[in-house]
Structures are given as structure tokens and as C-alpha cells.
Design a protein around this ligand. Structure first.
Ligand SMILES: [Mg+2]
Length: 130
């Protein structure tokens, strides 16, 4: 399950279909591509800052809310899943930006796998009430 650590550099690699990227290289590679798109679309114009990261994390929140609203308003399967996709896209974008700035140094693919395995060993409800 562990994906090879990889940094995308060549144009041909960044033109792979997203789903192929994930199966071949993992979420780190997908995040790098999504972040490039976000930069091209102007979402990261100006200086990188903690305020900007906070803004992008607020947008992750807003996408989670859109999932809730899509369910609440019976907007249908495709719309619900699309909003879930937005959550992932926004979060991976922030992850890639922080990796590029070397504010975070760990691979999401590696940490994700370790966390999944850790959670398997935790008790029911992870020992909490709910
Ligand atoms: Mg949305």
C-alpha cells in the first residue's frame, strides 16, 4: 500500500490522469498536481503566509459544510460525492503548499498508512463516548 516517495517535476508526469497518479505515485503526487492547478487559478497569489494557510483551511471547512448541505437538501449522489471531492482537493492543496514551504516534512502517503494501521489497533470509538 505504501506509495513510493516522489516529487513530480516533468510536464509529462503532471499530465497523467489524476486517478493514474494516485495508483502509481500516491496522494503526495496528486497533491503536487492539485496545488499547481490551484496556483495557476490564482488561489495562491502573493506571499505564502500562515494567514493564507488559515484561509485555505477555512475553505476546507466550507467544503465539508457543502457536503452536509448537499445531503440535507437531497441534492443527489453525484453532488454529494462532488462536494466530498472538493474537501479532498482543498486539503491536498494546503498539504502540498506546506510541503513546498518545508513547513511540514512528512509524506502524507506514509503518515496515512501508519495512521490507518494505528487506528486498527485502537478500542471501540477509540475509547471515547462517541
Ligand atoms: Mg464545493
Amino acid at each position: 500500500m505504501m506509495k513510493k516517495a516522489h516529487h513530480l517535476n516533468s510536464a509529462s508526469e503532471t499530465k497523467m490522469k489524476a486517478i493514474d497518479l494516485v495508483s502509481e505515485y500516491g496522494l503526495d503526487a496528486l497533491a503536487a498536481v492539485l496545488h499547481e492547478t490551484a496556483k495557476e487559478k490564482g488561489f495562491w497569489d502573493g506571499e505564502y503566509s500562515h494567514d493564507k494557510v488559515g484561509n485555505k483551511l477555512a475553505l476546507v471547512h466550507s467544503e465539508v459544510t457543502e457536503v452536509l448541505e448537499a445531503i440535507r437538501k437531497s441534492k443527489g449522489s453525484e453532488n454529494i460525492v462532488e462536494e466530498m471531492a472538493d474537501v479532498i482537493i482543498r486539503l491536498l492543496d494546503v498539504y502540498a503548499a506546506m510541503r513546498n514551504e518545508e513547513e511540514i516534512l512528512h509524506s502524507l502517503d506514509e503518515v496515512l498508512e501508519a495512521k490507518i494501521n494505528k487506528n486498527k489497533e485502537r478500542p471501540r470509538l477509540h475509547g471515547n463516548l462517541f
